[in-house]
Write a protein of this length. Structure first.
Length: 312
C-alpha cells in the first residue's frame, strides 16, 4: 500500500433543467460522488440530454445526464441528430430512472386503442422533444395517422383542457406532473401498446425500449399500461478508470445511497443495477461491469467494453 496523495478531479456534471423532477437526483449524486477523494463535482443545469451528449462528444464535459435512446443514436450514428456520425468514446455508468413515453387521451373521448387515434387531433409530444420524434416514427411504423397538433408542451396542455385535442404524449416517470394536471382538468385514460405493436415499433426504432406505467399512478387509471420507454442515466467519457467507476458505484449504491434516496424520493426504490441492464444498448463502463459482475449479475457480452479487465 502506498500513501500517495490522490489527485482530485474537479468536474462539472451537466444535469437536466432545474425545473425537472430529475434535478434533485443529479444534485444529490454530485454530493455522493464528491465523497470520493478522487472527485469534486459541481452540478449544472443543462439544455437537455441531446445537448449534454453533444457537449460530451466535443469534450466540453466528462460526465453528464443522458437518456437511453439518445445514447444509442449517438453511439451508432443513427437518428436525425447524429445520423452518419457515430461516437464510440463514451461509456454508461448506470441508468437510474425509467421515463416511459405516456400516451393519454380524454376518458370521455371514446378512444380505446392507439389505432383509434387515426384522424383524431392529437399532440405527439412537445415540439422538439424526444417524445415527439419517437411518436411520429412509431405511428408511421404502425400505420396510424392522427391529425397532429404540433405545439410546445404547455400549449398542448391548454389545448387538451380546452377540448381542442383528444390527448397528448409526455415522457416522464409516473406519476408525471403534466399528466396529473391534465387529469385534473379533464379525466384521462392511458393507452396501452399491444405486444404486437411494441414488437413492430422496437424493430422500427431500435433506440427505444419498453416499460410499464403501474396501475393507479394516476387517479382513475386502475390498470397497468405497457408502452415505449426511455431511461435516464449517467454517461462519461473515457477518462475514468475501471477502479474509479467501481468506487463510484460503491458510493452510489452502498455507502451513500441514503443521500440520493432522500433527495429523490420518486426513485428511491429503483433497482439501479437491474435498470442499467434492462436499459443499456451501448457499452457499460468497465467499472460498471466489474461491480455488476461482483453483485452476481450476468452482463451481456455486447455491453462489455474492450478495455474491461476481469478482477479476481
Amino acid at each position: 500500500e502506498t500513501s500517495e496523495k490522490v489527485e482530485t478531479r474537479y468536474l462539472t456534471l451537466s444535469a437536466v433543467a432545474s425545473s425537472s423532477g430529475l434535478f434533485p437526483y443529479c444534485v444529490a449524486l454530485g454530493d455522493v460522488l464528491s465523497n470520493l477523494p478522487e472527485l469534486e463535482i459541481t452540478v449544472a443545469e443543462s439544455g437537455g440530454n441531446v445537448a449534454n451528449t453533444q457537449e460530451l462528444r466535443v469534450g466540453e464535459v466528462s460526465i453528464a445526464n443522458s437518456i437511453s435512446n439518445t445514447d444509442y443514436e449517438s453511439y451508432t450514428g443513427t437518428g436525425t441528430t447524429f445520423d452518419g456520425d457515430p461516437f464510440t468514446d463514451v461509456r454508461i455508468l448506470w441508468y437510474y430512472e425509467s421515463t416511459p413515453i405516456q400516451y393519454f387521451v380524454a376518458a370521455d373521448s371514446g378512444i380505446e386503442s392507439l389505432s383509434d387515434l387515426d384522424g383524431q387531433t392529437f399532440n405527439p409530444g412537445g415540439t422538439g422533444t424526444a417524445a415527439s420524434v419517437v411518436t411520429h416514427d412509431a405511428f408511421d411504423a404502425l400505420g396510424i395517422h392522427p391529425n397532429y397538433f404540433e405545439a410546445a408542451q404547455a400549449d398542448a396542455g391548454d389545448a387538451y383542457a380546452n377540448r381542442q385535442i383528444v390527448g397528448a404524449v409526455k415522457t416522464g416517470s409516473a406519476p408525471d406532473s403534466y399528466i396529473v394536471q391534465a387529469n385534473t382538468n379533464r379525466p384521462v385514460k392511458l393507452l396501452n401498446f399491444s405486444d404486437e405493436e411494441l414488437a413492430a415499433v422496437t424493430e422500427a426504432i431500435p433506440s427505444v425500449t419498453t416499460g410499464t406505467v403501474a396501475a393507479n399512478s394516476y387517479e382513475g387509471v386502475d390498470y397497468d399500461v405497457q408502452t415505449l420507454c426511455t431511461y435516464q442515466g449517467i454517461q462519461v467519457d473515457m477518462s475514468f478508470s475501471q477502479e474509479l467507476v467501481y468506487k463510484m458505484w460503491k458510493a452510489m449504491w452502498e455507502d451513500y445511497a441514503d443521500t440520493w434516496k432522500t433527495a429523490y424520493v420518486n426513485g428511491a426504490n429503483n433497482n439501479v443495477p437491474e435498470m442499467t441492464l434492462q436499459a443499456a444498448k451501448t457499452p457499460l463502463h468497465a467499472g460498471t461491469v466489474q461491480y455488476l459482475t461482483e453483485l452476481g449479475y450476468e452482463v451481456p457480452a455486447e455491453l462489455i467494453p474492450p478495455e474491461y479487465v476481469p478482477v479476481g
